[in-house]
Design a protein around this ligand. Sequence first.
Ligand SMILES: [Zn+2]
Length: 330
Amino acid sequence: MNVRRLIPTAAVAGAVALGLTTLSACSSSDAAEGGSDGKLDVVASFYPMQFLAEEIGGSHVSVTTLTKPGTEPHDLELSPRQTGGLSDADYILFLKGVQPAVDDAVEQAGVKNTVDAAKLTTLENHGSEVGHDHGHEEEGEEHGHEGEHGHEGEEEAGLDPHIWLDPVKYAEVAEGVGKSLEKADPDHAADYRKNTDALVTELNALDTAYETGLKNTSTKTFITTHSAFGYLAERYGLTQEGIAGIDPEAEPSPARIDEIHSVAEESKATTVFFETLASDKTAKTLAKDLGLKTGVLDPLEGITDKSAGADYIEVMKSNLIALQKALGAK
Ligand SMILES: [Zn+2]
């Protein structure tokens, strides 16, 4: 537990970079101790986890996010200092399978209250669906980084981690996060319960808006560079056609481009979606070749001032409007 005292400079700098305040040598992983400000020091891996921690934790938590706003989260690498500082957290919320570097660091940190959001709902392998093979197979590989790290659990292999883009699954995760915070910090259990209920109510309303808003559309197919919307598509009866799988910067294969050409024609798709955190070059070229429009569909992996909204709920509402427009909602 006191290994970090042997490397004080790195550990302290790491803790500062993470915004962690508990530096005393006797700091235990006992969450109820909290940081020096009496708040629970929560580390969130990336934005969708940060939003849950902030909404549910409210004034009782101090949330730090490992992925800086505007950074593409899948390829995140943590510095040794960030990794070292992680063990000072009272509570860690991450989503296994999105960021291999974070998965490793969280395991090393050994913090008692560590919550894997993937375990709070059910993950699916969208790669096995007919017609989705190409993009999603690449997605699974990218997410798992199996080749590179070689230790990704078999059960996670190929599972799509983008659960937060389905309001129903995200609400399930919110419930689980609420319960785990109640356990980690029982003194404030009533507030965590109240905040969880409020957030779940908002997510239910969002689900209803999607359900209603996407019921009657001219087409059910949308084309997107980043195959992040598999759960959303499934929830609302849509078909996601991912151009290049999960890595938004990757160049799609010529074969996939050909496929997209036929898919676009058959499905009467109108729009090629891209996201704000990655280059839109592929989407623009493809849209031009196909005579389609481009639009932004935000996978909500980070929030910046370029995002179409200030938080998860607002961006999801913008995404709904973009989808309604592209699909020809009636
Ligand atoms: Zn993604």
